[in-house]
Design a protein around this ligand. Structure first.
Ligand code: FAD
Length: 563
């Protein structure tokens, strides 16, 4: 990473003090500045080169949840989809060049109001006519939902729109179409973008409902393979939306950096905040075990996931690997990081008192943004269900942890073999109702247990400090404590004892562990220190009454005493 954008006023601006609309525009400007700074080539995006993955790990993404979403739409979904069409459709190049320079913004419109995950039921229609296509939303439930299509001055928007193709009154599968949705004058003819109200406690974005009213598209807008009825609608649609599978693994990469920020904020505040002790000396709240535990857990998880990241990337970047395995690793990373982050952000956020509730102190907003991340580019639970089913049916296998006898690896093996036994005992195997009621509810736990074991194993090899490994391990144990009591002979009391030991040995080096996360240079929050707090308060709008009477008298007395 050669840029220092995090020091640029675009990024040091305290966005929380702006109006929602101003924040949205700022996030677009930030996103496009990052696009320009990284200067990715279309081949980087098409082939997911090391530069593409380095871009995805840039901590700058973690400073603003909205820009992460915008970049996900623009770079991975929009440019990623167009990148595979350039060879056969060279007329797309000028548009792609503009997108690479951040001069236009690209969206990807798949989800519909009435058919979120059930994409095969999509109803948007593109009817083939002599000179192109007519794109239409037949009714309200077929409206596209979520992609941010609101017009932004100075940033024309285009979109890859997934739609049914109608030829001679017959549906011929679902295909992508390239559509200009807004230009310098606003929305393009026949297209309506209705902005949804803000999500609760998230970084603001112009998530929208988008409809098409008989929009005329030129023949070149068709990005599909052909007009014949496809043999397998489902397979073809999945072929078109392959960048979503890449996005599954990208979004958690940003969150791993965000966890480093959460750990840093939690630790810094806990060292800084004092209560009055019996002696005149104040006592920092980090002295309390109830503070040490969430802070050290955050530090441990941030270190362990940071160590796991390169191992996951090796799989995602391998040129000859099975795509299902790559996607499976992305799902495992996403589910594991998302679930752990929602736990950590809540635990640390609550321990910052009232300060933890505010968006300006980062953690609470990240908690909500992570919930969005878990849904965007594949709902984490549904992805786990699909992956777990395929693993149980031995359709393919994911890499196993190199250290396969650790407590966490044994747990993952145990959860999988328990479900395999359940499956084998079902009269109709995975078509048995028992599969839905007994096996599938364990999908997320099974996939995240594999994630924990892989992360732990990678962290051992990366030399993560032993106390942090222990804290991570014991936190994971607590998440499925029953299993460890039943199968590993570990009682709750033993776990608590071990955790006590791990915390005691980590505490003297807590500051060092936080420094090693190396996130301080990238962000600032008001509660970081007295200077940042004072500067923040000075920017807030006070409502003052007239000078109080007592002050007038005392000022008057002082003045007359001087005479
Ligand atoms: C931050 C964010 C950004 C997004 N960006 C885009 C974008 O750029 N482009 C775009 O097209 N869309 C986008 N989306 C939409 C996203 O793809 C959909 O929200 C997602 O596909 C889920 O659809 P839904 O919300 O309608 O949920 P539903 O389909 O209503 O699903 C709700 C719940 O039902 C259950 N469920 C559904 N199906 C199954 C199943 N087969 N098995 C078991 N349980 C099931 C699950 O619990 C699931 O969580 C975005 C969403 C978010 C949150």
């Amino acid at each position: 990473m050669g840029h220092r954008l995090h020091e640029h006023p675009l990024f040091t601006t305290q966005s929380i003090l702006l109006s929602e609309d101003e924040r949205i525009k700022l996030s677009y400007r930030r996103a496009m500045a990052i696009v320009r700074a990284w200067d990715l080539a279309i081949d980087d995006i098409l082939h997911c080169t090391p530069k593409f993955w380095a871009f995805q790990q840039d901590p700058i993404h973690s400073l603003d949840g909205s820009l992460t979403n915008y970049l996900g739409c623009h770079v991975n979904l929009f440019l990623g989809t167009l990148s595979s069409h350039l060879r056969h459709r060279p007329y797309l190049r000028p548009l792609v060049e503009r997108a690479l320079k951040g001069e236009i913004f690209g969206n990807f419109l798949l989800s519909e109001v009435g058919h979120g995950l059930d994409i095969l039921s999509m109803e948007t229609e593109a009817t083939k006519v002599q000179d192109g296509f007519i794109l239409n939303t037949p009714h309200a439930k077929a409206a596209k939902i979520m992609p941010p299509t609101m017009p932004i001055p100075g940033l024309p928007k285009f979109a890859v729109v997934l739609s049914k193709l109608i030829v001679d009154g017959e549906t011929r599968g679902m295909h992508p179409f390239l559509v200009n949705t807004s230009d310098e004058h606003g929305m393009c003819p026949g297209i309506t973008s209705t902005r949804l109200p803000p999500r609760c406690g998230n970084s603001p974005m112009d998530f929208s409902i988008t409809t098409f009213d008989h929009v005329r598209l030129p023949p070149e807008s068709f990005l599909g393979v052909g007009f014949d009825k496809p043999k397998d609608d489902r397979a073809l649609l999945h072929q078109y939306i392959w960048r979503i599978a890449i996005g599954t693994g990208i979004l958690p990469l940003h969150v791993i950096n965000s966890l480093g920020i959460v750990a840093t904020i939690g630790a810094d505040y806990s060292f800084r905040r004092h209560i009055q002790g019996k002696d005149s000396e104040g006592i920092p709240i980090i002295s309390f075990r109830t503070q040490q535990l969430p802070v050290l857990r955050a530090v441990a998880v941030a270190h362990v996931f940071k160590a796991w990241r390169p191992e996951v990337l090796k799989v995602l970047m391998s040129q000859d690997g099975d795509f299902r395995v790559k996607h499976g690793m992305g799902v495992t990373l996403k589910a594991t990081v998302a679930r752990m982050t929602t736990i950590i952000t809540r635990e640390v956020g609550e321990r910052l008192g009232a300060q933890g509730l505010f968006g300006h102190n980062y953690i609470s907003e990240l908690e909500n943004d992570t919930r969005g991340m878990a849904i965007a580019e594949g709902d984490a639970l549904v992805l786990c269900i699909r992956l777990f089913s395929e693993l149980l049916l031995n359709r393919y296998a994911l890499p196993r942890p190199a250290h396969n006898q650790t407590l966490l690896a044994r747990h993952a093996t145990g959860v999988f073999s328990n479900c395999t036994s359940l499956l084998n005992a079902l009269p109709k195997s995975h078509r048995d109702p028992g599969f839905n009621s007994l096996v599938l509810p364990q999908s997320e736990n099974a996939i995240t247990s594999l994630g924990h074991a892989l992360a732990y194993s990678a962290a051992v090899d990366a030399g993560v400090h032993q106390p942090l490994l222990d804290i991570f391990e014991l936190m994971v144990v607590q998440m499925d404590e029953g299993w460890y009591i039943e199968h590993a002979g570990m009682t709750q009391a033993q776990r608590a004892q071990l955790e006590d030991r791990a915390i005691l040995s980590a505490l003297p080096r807590l500051r060092q562990y936080v420094d090693e996360l190396d996130m301080r240079q990238y962000f600032s929050v008001p509660i970081r220190n007295d200077t940042t707090w004072d500067a923040f308060v000075r920017k807030l709008k006070p409502h003052r009454g007239p000078v109080a009477e007592a002050k007038q008298i005392s000022v008057g007395l002082v003045a007359s005493a001087r005479l």
